[in-house]
Design a protein around this ligand. Structure first.
Ligand code: FO1
Length: 318
């Protein structure tokens, strides 16, 4: 089966790891959120792309969820001694990725070209596609005013109360240039929206250049996995954001978010076993809701969830 996975953050990368292990070579394409990206210390930082690259190349730090395992912080510590900005922790080995990417971009390469180069150099088989080569930047609207995403997420540790989001550059950005051609040349058998933050990871991808309409026109079923389990986000601020936006913190509210913004897009929605009691009130015409073990603590659980999503795609496609 050929799969197009939409991913941002740690949860998305975990499911991509399961998919990569389950699918034969060349059958996984990951469309990655780039709205978390920013220029910092003169470097082009792409956190969600790097989380996928490091996870799929088996080099990601499991404890941190971002960056590399076995990392050291000499450069950051030396920078702090010089009074430089060290709140955004760039590890010594992680810096190599940012240096190479920044150099390539400055020499005129596109983000897609640099990302394919990095994936190749890291021995990754999957095709990793930034959602756009144009800059799209999430601005978190909060009780502390408008905050660039990493200021909100890292510097302020997600403490500000969120009132909304803006995606600067979204209206002008074009979808990844290679995606349309790939979708017609090798149409996927499944489009999988990974358990990523619906607001700051999934929405930017679906909304860039009306990507969601393109995906909806494919014959492949579109299935989303809920990032909210039993009223909690497994990692990250999704649950806190939903509460601050006066939404119920539930898988049902995630489903409603997707169906109201992207009508007709979803064919399937996967909720966790702990939310099985929600099933009756999740029934939505045209959407098959499945109950699965969606918490991915180890490689086998990532592979299991991937297998279940593939099976759901097969049944939704018939
Ligand atoms: N997340 C943090 O909470 N603290 C950090 O210091 C931090 C540094 C960092 C450096 C490179 C990188 O690729 C990601 C990094 N992240 C850090 C995660 C980053 O904030 C991402 O936005 C998350 O992965 C969520 O998408």
């Amino acid at each position: 089966m050929r799969v197009l996975a939409l991913s941002g953050g740690v949860g998305g990368a975990k499911l991509c790891e399961g998919l990569a292990a389950e699918l034969t070579s060349g059958n996984l394409t990951v469309l990655v959120n780039t709205a978390d990206d920013f220029t910092h210390l003169g470097l082009s930082i792409c956190p969600d792309i790097d989380t996928v690259l490091y996870t799929l190349s088996g080099r990601a730090s499991k404890s941190r969820g971002w960056g590399l395992s076995g990392e050291t912080w000499q450069a950051m510590d030396a920078l702090a001694e010089l009074g430089g900005e060290s709140w955004f922790r760039l590890g010594d080995r992680d810096l190599a990725t940012h240096l190479l990417r920044s150099e390539e971009l400055a020499a005129g390469a596109s983000l897609s070209e640099v990302t394919l180069l990095l994936a190749e150099r890291m021995g990754i088989d999957a095709r990793i596609l930034p959602m756009s080569d144009d800059a799209v930047r999430t601005v978190v609207q909060s009780n502390e005013g408008d905050l660039p995403f990493q200021d909100y997420f890292v510097r302020r540790q997600c403490e500000p109360e969120v009132t909304g989001f803006r995606f600067e550059g979204l209206a002008e950005a074009t979808l990844n240039p290679g995606l349309r051609a790939q979708l017609s040349r090798e149409p996927p058998d499944l489009v999988l929206i990974c358990p990523s933050n619906p607001f700051v990871s999934v929405d930017p991808i679906l909304q860039v250049d009306d990507c969601w309409r393109l995906l909806g026109e494919l014959s492949a079923p579109v299935i989303a996995v809920s990032p909210i389990v039993a009223g909690l986000a497994i990692k990250g601020p999704a649950a806190k954001m939903m509460a601050e936006l006066s939404m119920p913190v539930s898988a049902g509210a995630v489903l409603k978010h997707y169906t109201s913004r992207y009508p007709g897009l979803l064919d399937g929605f996967v909720i966790d076993e702990s939310d099985a009691t929600l099933l009756p009130n999740l029934q939505t015409p045209g959407i098959q809701v499945a109950v699965e073990a969606t918490i991915m603590k180890d490689r086998e659980q990532k592979r299991h969830l991937a297998r279940r999503c593939l099976a759901l795609a097969k049944s939704a496609a018939t």
